[in-house]
Write a protein that binds this ligand. Structure first.
Ligand code: AMP
Length: 420
């Protein structure tokens, strides 16, 4: 038996889990400020959902899915991303019958069979949002502002926002022809994957990292020049709105999403200092996706943020910034004969909302003080012979080392005063 987490997965132990909780709190609170509610979907779905909803020519579907047969021979897949799952839930529960737009956020594990490296895992966590039922360019700007707002709240203002418009199926058809004509003379030099993409989905050749493909597409036509009037106006609206809100962007016509249900705005956020895997989040419009998955013709937009990469960027987070789980009170008990009384005191403290703990390993009073220090306790409540017999407690401030006596009734109000 191999006592090791599977390749590409990891454990999050304390105190790192506190950093995670801090970041998760910020992303949730920010999403709520923007009017989003949480959706939770299963971590596996029928495989067909991703074939349709992510696209059967994408790397995710052709190479990276964790697919398995269950005992009844159904093909199931661990979710590689969240959008298709949200679209499935939207359609299954006919949520579109209600008030529009629908604003959802999710936060959970995703699974992709990819080559692990720094910032790339096989199980990783995404926080994402999806909005259904509005095509307003101001909404696109707002969605991007939610993403940049999260980064700013986390003190990660050193990001780069890449922006593009991939148009609609009509203008993309025109662009596709221009692109095919541009690539055709160099077609022989494309890698095996791109030979296929050339046939099925030439926009994806632009994404390819293989050197000979990059050479083959050098100087490729700019998609902005092919956008129809509606798509140009939509794009102009998004850009103007971002500018009005002081958000800088880089127009990046390399940023393409080749599938027909991706429309208009596409964006990606990079934090260059985290290295090769610098993309922390990305998203865009998918006005054709709900229909593609069997629902009504309904616009949608969203993004996903990679939590591991955020945490990587936050590596130098100071403890005070993220830790609200340190111990407030340590109860030092001189003799085990008061163990059950001590448990009652702890219960009172905890019910009053004070984080409190004691020693269960028979340490001496001196060792308990050291232990309290290690746990980061601000105050030690002493329960010795004098205290128990006299019906009071002695409080010791772990920073100033000052001590004071307090009656049993005053214990909680006094502690709350000190901790406030
Ligand atoms: P995507 O769903 O591919 O658009 O990715 C959105 C974000 O999720 C990326 O910008 C990354 O931050 C994160 N991400 C995607 N794949 C992985 C992975 N294999 N490991 C860690 N993070 C990932």
């Amino acid at each position: 038996m191999q006592l090791k987490a599977p390749r590409g997965t990891y454990d999050i132990l304390p105190p790192d889990s506190q950093k995670w909780q801090y970041v998760e709190k910020i992303v949730r609170e920010t999403a709520r400020l923007f009017g989003y509610s949480e959706i939770r979907t299963p971590i596996f779905e029928y495989t067909e959902l991703f074939e349709r909803g992510v696209g059967d020519t994408t790397d995710i579907v052709t190479k990276e899915m964790y697919t398995f047969q269950d005992k009844a021979n159904r093909s199931l897949t661990l979710r590689p991303e969240g959008t298709a799952c949200c679209v499935r839930a939207l359609i299954e529960h006919s949520v579109y019958g209600g008030v529009m737009p629908i604003k959802w956020y999710y936060n959970g594990p995703m699974f992709r069979y990819d080559r692990p490296q720094t910032g790339r895992f096989r199980q990783f966590q995404q926080f994402g949002v999806e909005v259904f039922g509005s095509n307003s360019p101001y909404l696109d700007a707002e969605v991007i502002m939610l993403l940049t707002g999260i980064l700013e709240k986390l003190g990660l203002g050193d990001f780069e926002l890449h922006l593009n418009s991939v148009g609609c199926p009509i203008c993309r058809e025109i662009y596709r022809d221009k692109l095919l004509a541009h690539i055709a003379p160099a077609r022989e030099r494309l890698c095996a994957d791109c030979q296929q993409r050339y046939e099925k989905n030439p926009l994806r050749v632009i994404d390819c990292k293989v050197e000979s493909c990059r050479e083959a597409i050098a100087g490729f036509p700019n998609i902005f020049d092919s956008l129809c009037t509606d798509c140009s106006q939509h794009y102009a609206g998004v850009k103007a709105s971002l500018t009005q809100n002081g958000i800088d962007y880089i127009q990046d016509h390399n940023l393409v999403r080749g599938l027909d249900y991706y429309t208009n705005t596409a964006f990606e956020i990079h934090i260059p200092k985290i290295g090769a895997q610098s993309a922390v989040g990305g998203g865009g419009r998918y006005n054709g996706l709900v229909k593609q998955c069997g629902g009504p013709d309904m616009p949608g937009i969203g993004f996903a943020l990679g939590m591991e990469r955020l945490l990587l960027a936050l590596d130098n987070l100071t403890e005070g910034q993220h830790s609200d789980s340190y111990l407030e009170v340590f109860l030092a008990v001189q003799d085990e004969k008061w163990a059950s009384q001590a448990l009652k005191v702890l219960d009172r403290l905890r019910k009053a909302g004070i984080r409190a703990d004691r020693d269960y390993n028979g340490r001496s009073m001196k060792a308990q003080m050291k232990y309290a220090d290690k746990l980061g306790a601000c105050i030690v409540v002493l329960m010795g012979e004098n205290e128990v017999n006299g019906g009071f407690f002695t409080l010791r401030d772990m920073v100033s080392r000052e001590q004071q006596e307090v009656s049993a009734e005053d214990l909680i109000p006094r502690l709350k005063d000190i901790l406030a």
